[in-house]
Design a protein around this ligand. Structure first.
Ligand code: GLA
Length: 722
């Protein structure tokens, strides 16, 4: 990190292991991004020849088409801004001047803090850049403070901008819906704007706050330049990619300005969620690995960062709302015999919950289903050598609940609008202190009275009628943000009292994974769609943003409850092994053969788990394009690797496919060691495995493999000591 100058203007050079960012102060006080990309070895920055593109002489003052790091409404520019506010005197533009710059250190990491001020109104804007050199990422923050005498109405405050020079670019984002989350989608950016966002109040299944930008047509999974970013925010968010009139690219990301408003009273401050951004020259996979490492080392709750996630069983698809002690104990016996380490009961154990019409809000054990309390089941589960976990949906309430009957005004609502129901439930307004206190108390009581090792925190509906009638009129729109802060606060309080608790975030399937919730939750329910072929696409997309140790996958029954399709049990296991293995079928109905296969698969997973959960991930062939597909995990010391291959559909005329491995030590010898390798162990060198690869499904008997459906295999290779 150095303070430097560009054409005589103050500038700052931020360097990570392989990337560099050069910022400078523009003539009108705007923050220019003169370089963002590969580290070219420059120590002062001026070797990057920072010459911002210029507009025609009569428009010389305009910053349109000039890459900016934090565009503000008030800069001489018409691009999508990060910041906009209205001052008490009616002024609607912000003019910032640099107050000071500080190069410092936080936990041993270099930081750059740039303080700007609108001197007329006393609005202070502090931009923070925290440099994680080894992770090749920069964490950006924005803090506003009203040092003036009058309130400021903040209309938008995004977390940061990335300005790239004129060129053609592609954007990669994650999209879907319930049952089909996280599909990796790319498009060529054309003049105009492409927006990906959530207005649903939470992160959403439809889109995820992660993006990657690459030079048009040049970047693949393995090769090419990628600029990427991810927001630490679980509420409404937006990412706008704007191709300006000269083909420069302006990407801004942060809290969605849709229906947003913030009243910043004199002396008050507001901090926007962090934007984590980085650059990789190793394709989408390279960018993913950087994010995975950052999540593992920096974002995830420290307590469980390095612990291997347990193999879990969840009884939701087996018993749905009919959660009773005896049948659950029976399921627990079978789960334990399979090698499961954590037994989880899902929706249905609490309040008057027999279906989705009642009970949400009353986090007390249902006495009819558990006449002796939860202790009876927990003792049985612990006695079988497993941990015990439970499902909650704390932000939600059914009108048919004691909580709602006592506090009908605790929900988001407008007094003269009928609420829109989803799954018969409404949303508790966590912006309210009394709501948070009530729910926290209920959850703490549950956790204090029962030995609970794991909480699955669900959230099954989007926000509608997001009104907060009891708040002052000028603060109504703060509900969107204050609710999310409220959820974070409750989770933090729970973690503080129960530091060992493992928490899984879920939102009607995979609707809440982001770097905000992942600071408070250890793992993520990826999708309610557990069908193996669909799941390959979901997991492929998810794994481009989030680490394998967070991705929970269940093996469930056939025909699949979501798609009706049937895949063999072995295939279902091999797909679910990609992240954190879970089992979610009605194992009471599984045959002795199924149970035995499950036992073997769980044992096999436990052997590869450290490599899958803590290794480096490489997609060798993408699902969805051309079967077969394959993913590889490599241990940090490159001493072992796991290759998982899948062929959903066979096809006549297709030859046997090979996949070239990645990330190995070329000079070391590796031997295939999984049981399917048999006695005649195959050996090769890392160099050869990366050059020529290995054939998929070579060990299957019967020939003609490329015409068979539902083939899968998990190969393990380990270095041979010479
Ligand atoms: C959501 C979750 C499921 C399950 C149900 C229970 O849909 O994604 O896994 O917990 O709620 O109602």
């Amino acid at each position: 990190m150095v303070r430097t100058s560009c054409e005589g203007r103050p500038a700052w050079l931020l360097r990570t292991r392989d990337a560099a960012m050069l910022l400078s102060l523009g003539p009108s006080g705007a923050l220019l991004m003169d370089h963002g990309g590969a580290d070219g070895g420059s120590e002062r920055g001026d070797e990057y020849l920072p010459r911002p593109p210029r507009n025609r002489p009569s428009h010389r003052e305009f910053l349109d088409g000039v890459p900016l790091a934090y565009p503000v409404h008030g800069d001489p520019s018409f691009k999508e801004p990060c910041l906009a506010a209205v001052f008490a005197d009616g002024t609607r533009t912000i003019r910032l001047g640099l107050r000071d710059d500080q190069i410092g250190e936080q936990d041993g990491r270099p930081t750059l803090t740039l303080s700007f001020e609108d001197p007329v109104h006393g609005l202070i804007v502090v931009l923070g850049f925290e440099v994680f050199a080894e992770h090749d990422v920069i964490r950006r923050t924005v803090r506003l403070r009203n040092a003036g005498e009058a309130p400021v109405r903040v209309e938008r405050i995004l977390s940061g901008g990335i300005g790239l020079p004129p060129a053609r670019y592609d954007a990669w984002t994650l999209h879907g819906q319930w049952g089909g989350e996280y599909h990796l989608t790319s498009r060529a950016l054309a003049p105009g704007k492409f927006t990906t966002e959530s207005r649903r109040g939470f992160t959403s299944q439809e889109a995820n706050p992660w993006f990657a930008i690459s030079p048009a047509g040049e970047t693949t999974e393995q090769f090419g330049q990628v600029w990427f970013g991810a927001l630490a925010w679980s509420g409404n968010w937006t990412i706008v990619c704007e191709v300006e009139r000269n083909d420069a690219l302006n990407v801004v990301a942060g809290i969605n300005p849709f229906d947003f408003g913030w009243q910043l009273a004199p002396g008050e401050a507001f901090e926007a969620p962090a934007l984590v951004c980085g650059y990789s020259a190793a394709g989408l996979g390279g960018a993913a690995r950087l994010l995975h490492r950052f999540e593992a080392d920096v974002v995830l709750p420290a307590r469980h960062r390095e612990t291997l996630r347990p193999v879990l069983y969840n009884s939701w698809e087996a018993t749905h709302f009919d959660v009773r002690v005896e049948p659950q104990i029976e399921l627990a016996r079978r789960a334990a015999a399979m090698g499961v380490e954590l037994f989880v009961i899902d929706d249905g154990w609490f309040g008057a919950r027999d279906d989705d019409t009642a009970g949400l809000g009353d986090w007390v054990v249902n006495p009819r289903k558990f006449p002796n309390g939860l202790g009876e089941l927990i003792d049985a589960v612990n006695g079988l050598g497993m941990q015990f976990g439970i499902w909650v949906e704390p932000e939600m309430v059914n009108p048919d609940s004691d909580l709602f009957r006592a506090h009908p005004d605790w929900i988001f609502h407008f007094s003269n609008r009928e609420p829109t129901f989803v799954r018969n439930q409404l949303i508790l307004n966590f912006a309210r202190e009394d709501v948070r206190a009530n729910i926290l108390e209920q959850l703490l009581k549950l956790l204090r009275e029962n030995r609970i090792d794991f909480l699955k925190w669900d959230h099954n509906r989007p926000y509608t009628e997001a009104g907060w009638p009891s708040a002052p009129p000028e603060r109504q729109r703060e509900a969107w943000v204050r609710h999310v802060w409220g959820v974070y606060e409750v989770l933090r309080a729970i973690r503080a009292e129960f530091p060992d608790l493992l928490i899984e975030t879920c939102a009607g399937g995979g609707g809440r994974a982001d770097l905000g919730i992942l600071a408070l939750a250890d793992q993520v329910w990826t999708s309610d769609n557990t069908e193996a072929a669909d799941r390959l696409l979901i997991q492929h997309g998810y794994s481009h943003a989030y680490a394998a140790r967070t991705m929970v996958n269940w093996v469930t029954d056939v025909p699949n409850q979501q798609t009706g399709r049937e895949a063999p049990l072995g295939f279902r296991f091999d797909v679910a092994m990609q992240g954190v293995l879970g089992i979610g079928g009605d194992i009471a109905a599984w045959t002795a053969e199924d149970l035995e296969l499950a036992r073997l698969k769980v044992a096999a997973y436990k052997r590869i788990r450290p490599i899958v959960q803590h290794g480096n991930q490489y997609w060798l062939a993408d699902p969805g394009r051309d079967d077969p597909c394959a993913v590889q995990y490599v241990a940090a010391d490159r001493g072992s690797t796991v290759v998982m291959g899948y062929q959903v559909r066979g096809r006549v005329g297709r030859g046997a496919r090979r996949v070239r491995l990645r990330g190995l030590d070329p000079s070391r010898r590796y031997r295939r060691t999984d049981p399917a390798a048999g006695a005649s162990a195959v050996e090769s060198t890392g160099g050869a495995l990366m050059a020529a690869g290995l054939p998929l499904f070579a060990e299957e008997p019967g020939g003609n493999l490329h015409v068979r459906d539902w083939l899968s295999e998990v190969q393990v290779w380990e270095t041979v000591e010479e």
